[in-house]
Design a protein around this ligand. Structure first.
Ligand code: BV8
Length: 235
């Protein structure tokens, strides 16, 4: 099959070698809370200080990390694929770090939001935010002390789902990189891609919950198998 349009789904595994904990590592390690118990609107309503501390710590941590060879390879594909194949690359990431962008990727869709954005619950404004939120700073737009992490919590609706499904409908190839396939709706994209006629490829350190749905699975660290795959695609 001639491949024109590629949709790439990334998860925490693509940032693991940059030193950012995956959920399998962080889950339960953080102040003895499971991520599913801290990353919810209920947790934020019950104990906003705890949830703010969780995100303040991670927001600060990502700013000390650097993109790795997998981010750089995906950015190269993003830049060079349109010239080579006349098609598009869309990186749909579940990650809330900015390493795809700092690695040079341009076409990145953060379906679960971003650490470096604060969202005002009072006026709905969004602001780039690199510092803490736990001291309840005033919203730059409305001054209300109502800023929250602009991150999609469990039970909240992921961002830009219509754009994602529009891209899956046009995709000839769906590639999943560094995700356990544990969380929906992201974990269901491979099935949608298959049903819509795309070929499916998984690049991961180990088999995931979704491996059976992929035409092909390649195992290894992202910094090795992602650049190798991009070299293959760009010939
Ligand atoms: C929704 C942002 C409705 C926050 C995140 C029961 C059954 C099925 C579903 C549900 C259910 N009960 C509830 C649900 C829905 C729920 C869900 O799926 N729950 C799970 C726990 C069962 N989902 C939701 O609530 C979602 N919303 O459903 O709304 C809806 C649905 C459709 C349309 C409209 C409305 C919202 C979920 C979003 C939650 N927010 N993140 C934050 O970051 O703090 S989720 C978070 O965990 C990630 O974003 C990611 O999505 C998820 C899993 O993380 P991964 O990225 O996969 O990382 P993980 O650690 O799990 O795995 C790492 C992988 O990398 C491993 O496979 C490992 O082998 C590999 N790896 C490690 N090192 C390397 C490597 N690979 C390569 N190289 C390496 N070096």
């Amino acid at each position: 099959m001639h491949v024109r349009n590629i949709v790439i789904l990334t998860g925490a595994g693509v940032s693991a070698e940059s030193g950012i904990d995956t959920f399998r590592d962080a889950g339960g390690l953080w102040e003895q809370h499971r991520v599913e118990d801290v990353a919810t609107p209920e947790a934020f309503a019950r104990d906003p200080d705890l949830v703010h501390r969780f995100y303040d710590m991670r927001r600060a941590a990502i700013q000390t990390k650097q993109p790795n060879a997998a981010h750089a390879a995906l950015a190269r594909l993003d830049r060079e694929w349109p010239k080579k194949a006349g098609g598009e690359v869309l990186i749909v990431t579940q990650n809330v770090d900015d390493l795809h962008e700092r690695g040079g990727a341009l076409n990145v869709l953060h379906m679960h939001g971003e650490h470096l954005t604060a969202w005002c619950a009072a006026c709905d404004a969004r602001h780039r935010w690199t510092g803490p939120l736990s001291h309840r700073p005033p919203c730059p737009a409305c001054a209300a002390p109502a800023l929250r992490p602009d991150v999609v919590w469990f039970g909240e609706v992921p961002y830009r789902m219509d754009e994602i499904f529009a891209a899956l409908r046009e995709a000839d190839l769906f590639v999943s990189i560094g995700t356990s396939g544990a969380v929906y709706p992201a974990a269901g994209f491979v099935r949608a891609a298959r049903d819509l006629g795309a070929r499916t490829l998984e690049l991961n350190l180990e088999r995931s919950q979704g491996s059976a749905w992929f035409d092909e699975t390649r195992l290894g660290p992202a910094t090795e198998i992602v650049p190798a795959w991009v070299d293959e695609m760009l010939g």
